[in-house]
Design a protein around this ligand. Structure first.
Ligand SMILES: *[C@@H]1O[C@H](CO)[C@@H](O)[C@H](O)[C@H]1NC(C)=O
Ligand SMILES: *[C@@H]1O[C@H](CO)[C@@H](O)[C@H](O)[C@H]1NC(C)=O
Ligand SMILES: *[C@@H]1O[C@H](CO)[C@@H](O)[C@H](O)[C@H]1NC(C)=O
Ligand SMILES: *[C@@H]1O[C@H](CO)[C@@H](O)[C@H](O)[C@H]1NC(C)=O
Ligand SMILES: *[C@@H]1O[C@H](CO)[C@@H](O)[C@H](O)[C@H]1NC(C)=O
Length: 431
């Protein structure tokens, strides 16, 4: 008995020591084996150092070539705003006030190996006793901030006939305030294990998932691996790589208008806008040396994609948004998030220039498409190649960051899909 206690105590101490040493550069943060409230407090010397670097930034010699990258105007505007007006203290306060954040450690066992995974996450509970637990997963170059514009209406919908949700929005390890994995090999599969453990730790043994970008990738692994936990999913980034036969049909003029449109969108993306992805999935460290050292370079690196995938009729990025979104990478350093692409590639979710093959999802899925995103107009028949896709909504506005850019449209899709308790399977949540 005594021996057992000593062993338990010793073991506990060992794990505590490990846990105490888990940190995120430049942030006051601790991780324990149960959820603890967290507020963002970034080291002020680091914030001032960042501002100084921006003030001293060296501009490229612009020759007016279009399509080479972000314009000289946006470079100067962001630089001047950052140096003269950007107030990190106000930003930090506003995020802390808007989003209730926590840290924890989860311990998934993957292929018989146990992991200690420290996580940062947002968690808002609904006051409705019929609320459905919902895991919201962000992507690159986004963060947990993407949930900001929908979280209020999800937990507290405008009327009682709409479903309500308990919302959990974690940072993928290496993004935001979830520490970068200490070793290679932690990709979307491992993340899906960690996020499933997180939901279980919070008492949600059954839940639904909503996600775009990497969120849309991780949810496919998670729904496939944990069908007893994941009841249903709504993806706004359900990509299916066209097959050889699809391309042949296109060449022979036999493709449908949706198929033609989708293949064109994918080809334009691959040929003109996917350079960032090739670098991040092959040599992320080579790039990380420079953008870890240059806040403005990091912001322009992210903005290059951010600017292309929004609907210009709906929004333009303000300098403040560009800076704040980039800080979610720059604070801990962007290397871990960039090399996530390499892990996705090695686990099969990307294949060089193509999108790879993701596991089949058997639980009910709905997909939402937005015109400025690359999954736009993919036919439902093709979507079904990836799993049990029962509904496709083609929206007329918006882009890649639907939750942030067109929250009302995404909310309608979420309410309508998970509110259909028979088809989506959410009747299991009925009291
Ligand atoms: C914490 O981690 C650092 C760097 O990995 C290491 O040098 C240090 O010895 C560790 N401290 C403890 C108490 O384990
Ligand atoms: C920055 O924001 C904080 C918090 O809102 C405020 O107290 C402070 O005065 C602001 N600083 C400047 C220079 O405006
Ligand atoms: C995990 O352990 C079990 C039981 O020892 C063994 O049968 C199985 O092959 C192991 N799985 C892996 C992936 O190592
Ligand atoms: C609740 O809101 C939905 C969506 O806005 C609307 O269709 C429905 O009629 C509303 N129901 C009630 C009872 O107000
Ligand atoms: C979301 O909530 C806000 C109030 O917080 C309301 O003004 C807005 O109309 C809601 N959006 C939808 C789509 O219901």
């Amino acid at each position: 008995m005594l021996l057992l206690r000593l062993l338990t105590f010793g073991f506990g101490l060992l794990l505590c020591a490990v846990a105490d040493n888990i940190s995120v550069p430049n942030v006051d943060i601790t991780f324990h084996k149960s959820p603890k409230p967290f507020e963002i407090h970034v080291d002020r010397h680091f914030i001032e150092d960042t501002r100084q670097r921006v003030a001293n930034a060296r501009a490229p010699l612009f020759i007016g070539a279009r399509g080479d990258g972000p314009s000289t105007e946006i470079f100067s505007t962001v630089r001047d705003f950052w140096v003269n007006e950007y107030n990190w203290t106000a930003t930090e306060e506003s995020i802390n006030q808007k989003l209730e954040q926590f840290t924890t450690i989860v311990e998934p066992v993957i292929d018989n190996a146990s992991y200690l995974v420290p996580l940062h996450f947002v968690h808002h509970r609904s006051h409705r006793n019929d609320a459905i637990p919902l895991l919201f997963i962000h992507g690159w170059p986004g963060s947990f901030l993407e949930v900001s514009n929908i979280i209020g209406n999800l937990t507290n919908p405008p009327n009682a006939s709409l479903p309500a949700f308990h919302v959990v929005a974690p940072s993928i390890p290496g993004f935001g305030f979830s520490p970068t994995p200490q070793k290679p090999g932690f990709g979307p599969v491992e993340t899906s294990h960690a996020f499933n453990e997180l939901m279980c730790q919070l008492g949600y043994s059954k839940y639904v998932i909503q996600g775009g970008d990497f969120g849309g990738v991780i949810l496919r692994y998670q729904a496939h691996l944990f069908p007893k936990h994941v009841v249903s999913a709504l993806s706004n980034f359900w990509i299916i790589q066209p097959e050889v036969n699809d391309i042949r049909m296109l060449a022979e003029g036999l493709a449908t208008p949706d198929e033609v449109a989708y293949i064109n969108i994918l080809e334009t993306y691959i040929n003109q806008a996917s350079g960032y992805r090739l670098i991040q999935s092959t040599e992320p460290l080579t790039l990380a040396f420079s953008i870890t050292d240059s806040p403005l370079g990091n912001a322009m690196w992210m903005y290059a994609l951010m600017s292309k995938v929004i609907d210009p009729a709906i929004m333009v990025w303000t300098p403040e948004e560009i800076i704040t979104w980039s800080m979610m990478y720059y604070i801990q350093g962007p290397y871990g998030s960039m090399r996530f692409y390499k892990e996705v590639l090695s686990e099969g979710g990307l294949a060089a220039l193509d999108f790879g093959t993701l596991p089949l999802v058997e639980v009910p899925v709905a997909i939402s498409q937005f015109p400025y995103d690359i999954s736009f107009r993919m036919p439902l028949e093709w979507a079904k190649r990836g799993g049990n896709v029962l509904r496709r909504t083609v929206n007329t506005h918006g882009g890649h960051f639907a939750a942030y850019e067109v929250p009302g449209l995404l909310l309608n899709d979420i309410w309508s899909w998970f509110g259909d308790r028979e088809v989506s399977g959410t009747k299991v949540f009925r009291l």
